[in-house]
Design a protein around this ligand. Sequence first.
Ligand code: NAP
Length: 315
Amino acid sequence: MGTLENVLDHPVMVRLARSRAATRLVNPYSPVPDSRLRAAVSGRTVLVTGASYGLGAATARRLGAAGATVLLVARTAEALAGTAESVTAAGGTAHSYPCDLSDPEAVKDLASRIEERHGAVDVLVNNAGKSIRRSIEDSYDRFHDYERTIGVNYLGPVRLMLALLPGMRARGRGHLVNISTIGAIIPPGPRWSAYQASKSAFDVFFRSAATEAACDGITATSVYMALIRTRMSAPTAVFDNVPGLAPDEAAELVCRAVVDRPRRVSPWWADVAELGFTAARWPWEVVAGRLFAAGRNRPAASTGRPTKRAEEVRR
Ligand code: NAP
């Protein structure tokens, strides 16, 4: 791992990784024309979870500006109010619903308040997420890490979907969008066991539920995101030197999913890697283990990096 980090730290690599060309190659996206987005969402109700920060806030702002009524869900009421304010300042309509998605009663109450006030939602963007990057040996006494990630990334969105699907089914239309991660389609790396297991659990649930919902006219899109520069990815030093999208850029991928309703959105190289790694799963697991063993006891100072170390917890 040390060698890989040294290569990524080289000034030439840093400049390359930060260049527009690398970003566009690794994370291709193109802005959705305003007219197409407006035609798809104007007058529609779109619920965006995790709309207080990062990708969710950027997505809500873009959809709201295009004429959607956006329902904003997250825990931090003040930050939700900030997103709502930007939507209304751009002439849109937003309603904030502060809610902890890991609290079963709160999700039940959220779903019934939303249906009572707005009727069935047209689009549900499941975006809220919690990330933890920590090795297994640092997690022996941290079972709560697994409970927390499963609560926010899996059980919360399952509860919300189960509560909102009947309304969509009764109307015979609706669109479900899941903001997943490339980690769910390429082999898991070390230190991501809690996060990637919980994201993968919802990914599998979502794709299975999508096949059933399709019978009732409901479409579903899994968006496998690569790196986005948000407060979630910020604590991981190695991501500083990897091409990544700004939240507004990544929001274009979500908006395109809302407009085109494909089954899947993913970067081309993740598709290639998924195929390749399926064939080479065993060698990858050996290499990943060796890289982890080589890097785990190395003092953080030896790379000259800030001491963010292995224990990086993201909200
Ligand atoms: P972020 O800036 O940390 O935003 C996460 C959002 O989820 C926040 O609005 C947060 O709001 C909300 N949230 C967290 N716990 C919650 C809970 N218990 N109940 C309700 N809301 C909760 O992260 P982001 O990068 O925008 O992530 C958005 C999505 O993209 C996530 O699903 C993530 O897994 C996925 N993703 C991110 C990356 C990346 O590189 N950043 C890459 C691939 C996929 P509150 O704290 O106010 O509750």
